[in-house]
Write a protein that binds this ligand. Structure first.
Ligand SMILES: [Zn+2]
Length: 250
């Protein structure tokens, strides 16, 4: 019998109320690794501590989410620079034009993050809501070759350029009901898809946790007309390669 191996490639586990229990449930749903993404100075510190505590299961990514761009970030920038080397990615970073944070400031912060990613040769985990083209232009301008446009729900034309450039996109549980997100996943070859939950984001009113990656797997497998086990193999390989994970057999 085939054992499945899944990776939640974008989870704010620092925000989960019962981390230990959620990780135990994730293990029962075939999760072999979780990429914990930070979004602020404090979240990044928690992510680093959790990655230490759950070594070889929780892998850290640190960054400044665009919603945090107007905070005082001096200390946060220093901490990201000094810990980048120990992380599997820089993220969650990006732009959000739906959110009322000064756009110029968002771009400034993103550029600092991209410089760090470039310097330490790390992939990026990107938030790009309603700013898809600007995020793509900036990552390209900074010479970042490896990254994922998480929960991509933008135009197909931009998606095509994202894929041509070699980036991944990731599927969340919203693939079940979001027309735009579904359309993006349908237009992306599975060799470029990652699975994620964006834990603890609520879908249809229910808070998510990493174990919900299994649900995303089922939905996407059906959409792409492959077996769950085939999709698990490919998306886990995609994630292991992108984040340079050393989980056994991946
Ligand atoms: Zn997120």
């Amino acid at each position: 019998m085939n054992t499945m191996r899944l990776i939640d490639t974008h989870a704010h586990i620092d925000e989960l109320p019962y981390i230990e229990q959620s990780l135990e449930r994730a293990k029962t749903k075939d999760l072999v690794a979780i990429i914990a993404v930070g979004s602020s100075f404090l979240a990044n510190m928690k992510v680093l501590a959790l990655a230490e505590q759950y070594r070889n299961y929780v892998y850290p990514a640190i960054g400044i989410h665009p919603h945090e761009a107007e905070a005082n970030l001096e200390e946060a920038f220093k901490a990201i620079e000094s810990n980048a080397i120990h992380c599997v990615a820089i993220g969650e970073i990006g732009l959000d034009y739906q959110y009322a944070v000064n756009k110029a400031r968002q771009k400034e912060v993103l550029e600092v993050m991209l410089d760090i990613a470039k310097k330490y040769d790390k992939p990026v985990s990107l938030h790009s809501r309603r700013a898809w083209d600007d995020v793509l232009s900036l990552v390209q301008a900074h010479g970042i070759k490896k990254g994922v446009f998480h929960w991509y729900s933008g135009p197909i034309e931009t998606l095509q350029r994202i894929l041509d450039y070699g980036y991944f996109i990731s599927a969340t549980p919203a693939v079940d009901y979001s027309r735009k997100h579904k359309e993006a996943i349908l237009n992306t070859p599975i060799e470029r898809i990652l699975l994620e939950t964006d834990t603890p984001v609520k879908y249809s009113g229910v808070p998510s946790e990493p174990s919900d990656t299994a649900r995303v797997l089922e939905i996407v497998a059906e959409m792409k007309d492959v077996t769950a086990s085939q999709l698990a193999d490919i998306t886990t390989r995609n994630a292991s390669n992108l984040f340079n994970l050393s989980t056994q057999d991946t």
